[in-house]
Design a binder for this molecule. Sequence first.
Ligand SMILES: *Cc1c(COP(=O)(O)O)cnc(C)c1O
Ligand SMILES: [Zn+2]
Length: 407
Amino acid sequence: MAFAQSLVCRECSRTYDLAALYFCDVCFGPLEVQYDLDAVKAHVSREKIASGPPSLWRYSDLLPVERTTATDLGAGLTPLVRADRLAAVLGLGELWIKNDSLNPTNSFKDRPVTVALAKALEFGLKTAACASTGNLANAVAAHAARAGMESFVFVPHDIEPAKIVATAALGTVVKVDGNYDDVNRLCAQLNDEYSWGIVNVNLRPYYAEGSKTLAFETAEQLGWELPDHVVVPVASGALLTKIAKGFRELAEVGLVSAGKTVTISGAQAEGCSPVAVAFEEGEEDVRPQKPSTIAKSLAIGDPADGYYALREVRSSGGAVSAVADSEIVDAIRLLARTEGIFTEPAGGVTIATLAKLAREGLISPSERVVAYVTGHGLKAPEVMAPDGLDVIPATVTGFQDRYETKE
Ligand SMILES: *Cc1c(COP(=O)(O)O)cnc(C)c1O
Ligand SMILES: [Zn+2]
């Protein structure tokens, strides 16, 4: 895209051309896309965005690649719904749920993937790949198929079966004997062997930019205002870091008024909480963990962006907290019963953490809060399997003997 200028090292600020690179030759720091924001500012307007496509591509002036229908399955522009019943239960005021489970493959991963594979096509790459805990695999296989690319998606052997049913129909699923961090290491090695577009390796800087669109949409859907506080689930930490970047860019290009900081809080499962532990201990560096939680889409024990996520949270006045598996299941049910949204464990982590921060007074009823629900409940139905339901006789009295109803 005309406005993306270069890749810049997040550690030493050295710049690189917009190529399939992801770390700095000099200091090994991660690379990130840099824009000519003054030029964007002169060019964008709320009206221009509103007249754009009903997908994340309406924000293409702040993305690192031109829109191409080749990788467009309609990712983005998911509902932002006011959640008054849930807010009442949690003792909060103005609460919104960004329901990103309503993306083409039912998780927010469609956002970074549609952007990454558009860039892969621009680079002339023919094969897409990724290391995944499940949702990314589904998004890569679907968008690769749409783009006419071959795909190999690498997943840990113990992935939830429901997560790869669709993926196996769309592309090639490679099960690896190891956990996510092992799978990720393998993909970094395969990157040296093949000219593939590995979305979370050599395409990572472009991939990560897609997540900013969650911040852009939140502001647009709130009438171009920023929320006070957002709660974001943390796996690698890329989503949280890019939501923060997205809110900043909106102010820098004049789409929202400047001078307001959005407080950003992170949500993890206790069974994989390296960022929450570092936050609580006041550490800057994140100590890797061996994951063990039902929230498999967040089970990254050695999060690549953990350090940056911590910095964003601390500088915004937020917190990173972790919740137990039982709280995650309760929160899935609470969101379902109060708002009619069935989420996977990652969404349960977000809602349980929202509840915890509200209980601890770290989120107040005076704040306008947005919670990001990032994946659909049918991704991991086994955690909620309603076994043991009674069978009733097929008679009215059979129903009345077993259930009470108000009317
Ligand atoms: C991948 C994922 C996340 C978090 O992503 P990171 O950018 O790795 O922190 C959150 N929710 C769901 C459902 C995911 O699949
Ligand atoms: Zn560097």
